[in-house]
Write a protein that binds this ligand. Structure first.
Ligand SMILES: Cc1cc2nc3c(=O)[nH]c(=O)nc-3n(C[C@H](O)[C@H](O)[C@H](O)COP(=O)(O)OP(=O)(O)OC[C@H]3O[C@@H](n4cnc5c(N)ncnc54)[C@H](O)[C@@H]3O)c2cc1C
Length: 393
C-alpha cells in the first residue's frame, strides 16, 4: 500500500514512523525548504509522550529537554508577583523546541521527504488518489494524508476553504528565540511571564545563551498584520521588564499566527484523511497539540493495521474525536487563566497559583493541566511494541 503524507511536521513524521514499519510505501512532501528546526518551545506530555516511550524515543527526548523548574509572574519592573515551583521528581513534562521533537522523529524515519514542495491538485476514485505536486510530478497512491497543520492545503483542496473550519480564539501568538548572554542568565531555567489585561509576554533561558520568547495578545480580528514585528512593538512597546531590550531585535523567522482551533465535521473523505492540527488543532491554550498529534498518528496507524481502509478511517475518528473535544474545551476554559482580560482576573490567577504551590496541592494542580487522552493508546499497545521490534531486528 502506498501513502503520500503532506507535511513533515510532528503528525506527518509520527505517522510515517508507524506506516513504514507496517510495510507501507511512504513518501512525505513538505513545503519548507528543509526540516524546520528550533521554533517555539513546547511542553510535551500526556498521551503523545507515552506513545514516544513505546516507540523507544523518549530517552532521546529527555536528553534534549530544557527543564523548567519554576513558573514566575513578574511586574513591569521584573519583580516577582507569584511563583509555582515544580515538585521534585516531576519529570513527565518534556520542555523542548518543537523542531527538536520533529528532528527526533525524522531521524528514525527512512521514508523520503520531498522538501520545498506541496500539493497542487487532488483527484480520487474508489480505488486510488491521483496527486499533482507543485514540482510538476504526479503520484498515484492508496492514501493521501493531510498532516500540513492548521492552514492545511489538503483540507482546502478536498474539504473546502479554511474559514469554514477555523475557530479563532480571539488572540494572536508570536514566538522566537534570541541569543543574549545577559538576558539568558537573568531569566534562567524558569518560565517568567508578564501579564496585563489582554497581553502576555513570557521568556525562558535555553542553553548557549539563548532566550525563548512568547507573546500572546487579545485580537478579535483573525487577519494577520502585514508586519508582525511592528505589531508586537506597538502592543508591547511600553510594558517594561525585558521588552525594551528584546522587541527591537525580533528575528526574521519570528513565528506569528492567530490562536485557533480546528472543527471539521468529518476527518476523512474517501481515501484522503486529515491528521494533527489540520483537523484537531486544540490551540496553544490547551498546550497539548503536539502530544495529540503523536497520539493521533498512533491511533490512525493502529486502525490501518487492523482493517480495511474505510473502516480504519472511521474507527480512527471515532477513537480520537472525544478526546480532542475534551482537550479543545479545556483550551477554551484556560484562556482566562493564560491571558486574563482584567486586573481582577490577574489577581485571581496569582491567588490560585499561590494556593497551587502548597505541598500536596501542587501535584493535583499539575494533573489538572493534563486533559485526558491516556485511554487512546492503551488498547492495542502490543502492536506498537511489535513495530518497534521489527525495526530494531
Ligand atoms: C506558540 C505555540 C506553542 C505551543 N505549545 C505547545 C505545547 O506546549 N505542547 C504541545 O503539545 N503543543 C503545543 N503547541 C501545538 C503544537 O505545536 C502543534 O499542535 C503540533 O505541532 C501539531 O503538529 P502537526 O504536525 O499537525 O502540525 P505542524 O507541527 O505545524 O506541522 C505541519 C507541517 O506541515 C508543513 N506544511 C504546512 N503547509 C504545507 C503545505 N501546503 N504543503 C506541505 N507542507 C506543509 C509545515 O511546514 C509543517 O512542517 C504549540 C503551538 C504554538 C503555535
Amino acid at each position: 500500500m502506498k501513502a503520500l503524507i503532506c507535511g513533515a511536521g510532528i503528525a506527518g513524521l509520527a505517522l510515517a514512523w508507524h506506516l513504514e514499519r507496517d510495510g507501507w510505501d511512504v513518501e512525505l512532501v513538505e513545503r519548507a525548504p528543509a526540516l524546520r528546526t528550533g521554533g517555539y518551545m513546547i511542553d510535551f506530555y500526556g498521551a503523545g509522550y507515552e506513545v514516544t516511550e513505546r516507540m523507544g524515543l523518549a530517552t532521546r527526548l529527555r536528553e534534549l529537554r530544557h527543564p523548567v523548574r519554576e513558573l514566575d509572574y513578574v511586574d513591569r519592573d521584573g519583580r516577582r508577583t507569584s511563583r509555582f515551583v515544580l515538585p521534585p521528581g516531576f519529570s513527565r513534562v518534556v520542555s523542548l523546541p518543537r523542531g527538536d521533537l520533529a528532528r527526533t522523529l525524522a531521524d528514525d524515519v527512512v521514508a523520503p521527504v520531498r522538501h520545498g514542495v506541496t500539493i497542487e491538485t487532488v483527484r480520487q476514485d474508489a480505488h486510488q488518489v491521483e496527486v499533482t505536486l507543485t514540482d510538476g510530478t504526479h503520484r498515484t497512491v492508496d492514501l493521501l494524508v493531510g498532516a500540513d497543520g492548521v492552514h492545511s492545503r489538503v483540507r482546502e483542496l478536498v474539504f473546502g476553504p479554511e474559514e469554514r473550519y477555523l475557530r479563532h480564539l480571539g488572540h494572536h501568538v508570536a514566538a522566537c528565540v534570541l541569543t543574549d548572554p545577559e538576558l539568558s542568565a537573568q531569566i534562567g531555567p524558569r518560565y517568567r511571564m508578564l501579564t496585563v489585561p489582554g497581553l502576555m509576554a513570557g521568556a525562558y533561558a535555553l542553553p548557549e545563551d539563548r532566550l525563548a520568547l512568547l507573546f500572546l495578545h487579545r485580537e478579535p480580528d483573525p487577519a494577520l498584520p502585514a508586519d508582525p514585528a511592528a505589531a508586537l512593538r506597538r502592543h508591547y512597546g511600553d510594558l517594561g521588564w525585558i521588552l525594551p531590550e528584546t522587541l527591537p531585535r525580533l528575528p526574521a523567522d519570528l513565528y506569528y499566527d492567530q490562536v485557533t482551533q480546528v472543527r471539521i465535521g468529518s476527518w476523512s473523505r474517501g481515501r484522503v484523511v486529515l491528521l494533527g492540527d489540520s483537523c484537531q488543532a486544540v490551540s496553544l491554550f490547551a498546550g497539548h497539540g503536539a502530544s495529540m498529534a503523536v497520539a493521533a498518528a498512533w491511533v490512525l496507524a493502529d486502525e490501518l493495521a487492523a482493517g480495511d481502509l474505510p473502516t480504519a478511517l472511521t474507527r480512527y475518528e471515532e477513537r480520537m474525536r472525544p478526546t480532542i473535544d475534551e482537550v479543545q474545551a479545556f483550551g477554551r476554559r484556560f484562556i482566562e487563566w493564560m491571558a486574563p482580560s482584567s486586573r481582577r482576573r490577574i489577581a485571581a490567577r496569582d491567588w490560585l497559583l499561590r494556593l497551587a504551590a502548597l505541598p500536596g496541592v501542587n501535584r493535583l494542580f499539575l494533573t489538572s493541566l493534563t486533559p485526558g487522552g491516556h485511554e487512546l493508546i492503551t488498547s492495542r499497545a502490543d502492536r506498537l511494541t511489535a513495530r518497534k521490534q521489527r525495526r530494531t531486528a
